[in-house]
Design a protein around this ligand. Structure first.
Ligand code: SF4
Length: 455
């Protein structure tokens, strides 16, 4: 259970009265309070006895372990979650979407899936949405074939890998091929846990631990942790989507609400193997994005399904406390010059990307002046007093719109047409033009405006 600062200070040197300041805090008590809130780390005090350090490290560890699969910029971090429901705070580490490749699939299928993981991606609100991982399954019975698959994928991609094999020797051999990639090795079960400890203790890698139910996971994770293998990903062995919801929720609740360490790890789910393919599989994957695995293994994916799942994941894993926003500045679209029109909008990311993309689609060179509205949409920002003549006038001067164009015309969103008068007062000499109410009207409206100016 989490310790309070007053509990921690009693464990510090001289009962918390040494106060040497070497940790950077003025007193032991201040350090203890910061430690309790997660604002500093145990290693800052070098006078802690080893057993006290171990005790504090264990007691202050997050209720769900952070596990990294893969290496470098493509590595996936899962776990370290703090809440059962997103609206309580936020979900932190989005699940990795993995595409399954079995070693008995035709070579053309393998190549197609490798190509998808490399090339299939979408841009939305400035973010790249894509699948993240490949799960390589030994299904042929031919170890040499499996090793060839692992070697090929390892050489041709740099995405995180899940190695899947019921044949433990094949699993160890595959791990040796791509060990430098820090793969998730799956499954460790009650039947092979001793061999797994022997095989991986010297050079740990993330391990997928599978039980025939949640209860069976508990002795397994306890043994692995005692052996120093603590980067674990849990599979409760759920056979249906309903079972998966129940098991995933149970594990999450036990870890976060009860502080039950043996289940304090991220999880993995296999819609690929349990949902029956097609739309059922995608529906199961969508459910799992909401509750709660860190890795979701799919048999395959097409563009439509990937877009739907990735957008759902983006929505669930976007911090609801922080509106997505873009930088306040003047953006050039379609190589504008000093004659280009200037459009005004707010800095909610969705507004910016829709307005900029519709402006781009108009083929008209233009400037897009994006005012900081604390991530609010234009109408909401106006209602909150953040998009009015009083503050837009100073904004236009501050960001130097007048330095970019020789005309003095400003297009405002049609939804805030009522601020036209205020703006004319705030920006003397400027013509304020009311633009379309909807961004989708820009491609038809903007060329006509420019044509009118020319004439
Ligand atoms: Fe206290 Fe340790 Fe900080 Fe010194 S370094 S003030 S002993 S907590």
């Amino acid at each position: 259970m989490a310790l309070k600062g007053t509990d921690i200070v009693k464990r510090l040197p001289d009962g918390g009265k040494k106060n040497c300041k070497e940790c950077g805090f003025p007193t032991c008590f201040a350090y203890a309070m910061k430690l309790a809130s997660g604002g500093t780390t145990v290693d800052k005090c070098t006078y802690l006895a080893p057993e006290v350090k171990a005790e504090l490290t264990e007691a202050l560890a997050p209720p769900m372990k952070l596990v990294t699969i893969g290496t470098g910029a493509n590595a996936i971090k899962i776990g370290n979650e703090e809440v059962l429901y997103r609206h309580e705070k936020t979900f932190f580490n989005k699940p990795g979407l993995a595409i399954l490749i079995s070693d008995n699939e035709p070579a053309a299928n393998v190549d197609a899936k490798v190509k998808k993981i490399k090339d299939m991606k979408f841009e939305r609100v400035g973010l790249i949405l894509k699948a993240d991982m490949l799960a390589l399954r030994f299904a042929s019975g031919n170890r040499a074939g499996y090793e060839a698959l692992v070697r090929k994928v390892c050489e041709t991609t740099d995405v995180p890998l899940v190695l899947i094999s019921e044949d433990f020797d094949a699993l160890v051999a595959a791990r040796q091929i791509c060990g430098a990639r820090n793969p998730l090795v799956y499954p460790v079960t009650k039947d092979n846990v001793d061999r797994a400890i022997t095989a991986f203790k010297a050079a740990p890698t993330p391990l997928g631990v599978r039980g025939t139910g949640v209860e069976e996971l508990i002795p397994l994770t306890t043994r692995l942790k005692a052996a120093g293998l603590d980067d674990l990903v849990l599979d409760p062995g759920s056979k249906t989507v309903l079972d998966a919801i129940r098991d995933q929720t149970f594990i999450r609740r036990a870890a976060l609400k009860q502080g039950f360490r043996p289940l304090g790890y991220p999880t993995i789910a296999f819609p690929a193997l349990t949902a029956g393919g097609g739309l059922n599989e995608m529906a199961a994957a969508a459910v799992m994005i909401c509750k709660y695995p860190g890795v979701i293994v799919l048999s395959d994916i097409d563009e439509a399904s990937l877009l739907a799942l990735a957008v759902l994941r983006l929505n669930i894993y976007t911090d609801p406390r922080v509106p997505m926003s873009v930088e306040e500045k003047v953006y050039g679209i379609n190589n504008p010059d000093e004659n280009a029109p200037v459009l005004l909008t707010g800095n909610w990311a969705l507004t910016y990307f829709i307005v900029s993309s519709e402006t781009e689609g108009s083929k008209v060179p233009a400037w897009l002046a994006v005012k900081h509205t604390e991530g609010l949409g234009v109408l909401t920002a106006w209602a909150a007093g953040k998009f009015s003549g009083d503050n837009i006038g100073p904004f236009v001067k501050k960001v130097g719109v007048a330095d970019k164009v020789k005309h003095r015309r400003l297009v405002i969103p049609g939804k805030v047409a009522r601020i036209k008068g205020e703006l004319e007062e705030a920006l003397p000499g400027w013509e304020i033009i009311v633009g379309p109410r909807e961004a989708s009207e820009i491609p038809a409206w903007l060329p006509k405006l420019v044509e009118k100016w020319k004439n």
